[in-house]
Design a protein. Structure first.
Length: 163
């Protein structure tokens, strides 16, 4: 992977982390997320750029931990989870960095804002304003542009990365 692309991705990831931290502070009274909570962890595929980052992180794991991750491929939860915790937490994909928070996406077809939020933290009866959301469209667009520099925008399954 080109060092320039990786550096741009790491800056984007840090930007998402800062935005997520600010939103988490705003919602700290309702967030029930804690180490070991993995209800949101259902990741099955990533873009090529993040596949490369994950492959590098997996290669750096202790062989025993890497073997345990590979055993998880057939489960319902993300195979990167070992004992309810992400084995590559520091290198986890951007979407994983937003888990638990209320996020918003522009729905071009209906010209509305689609909201996705953890039902434990934000049950259906909770009304969220736009200012309560982490708006992901710009971040996702930038991630796609960076990933396009690595290869075709075809999602790579975690199972393939783990092989």
């Amino acid at each position: 992977m080109q060092p320039r692309i990786l550096a741009s991705y790491l800056r984007l990831r840090a930007e998402v982390d800062r935005a997520a931290q600010l939103l988490a502070a705003r919602h700290r009274e309702v967030l029930r997320c804690a180490p070991g909570c993995a209800d949101c962890c259902r990741l099955t595929s990533v873009l090529p750029l993040e596949a490369g980052v994950l492959a590098r992180a997996l290669a750096g794991l202790d062989p025993g931990l890497r073997a345990r991750v590979r055993e998880n491929v057939a489960g319902d939860l993300c195979p990167l989870l070992v004992d309810g915790r992400c084995a590559v937490y520091r290198e986890r994909p951007i979407i994983c960095r937003t888990h638990g928070l209320p996020i918003g996406y522009a729905d071009a077809e209906s010209s509305t804002l689609s909201v996705s939020a953890c039902p434990v933290n934000f049950p259906d009866e909770v009304q969220l304003a736009v200012s309560d959301l982490l708006l992901m469209d710009d971040y996702n667009h930038r991630l796609c542009e960076l990933s396009r520099a690595v290869g075709p925008l075809v999602r790579v399954t975690l199972a393939d990365i783990l092989r």
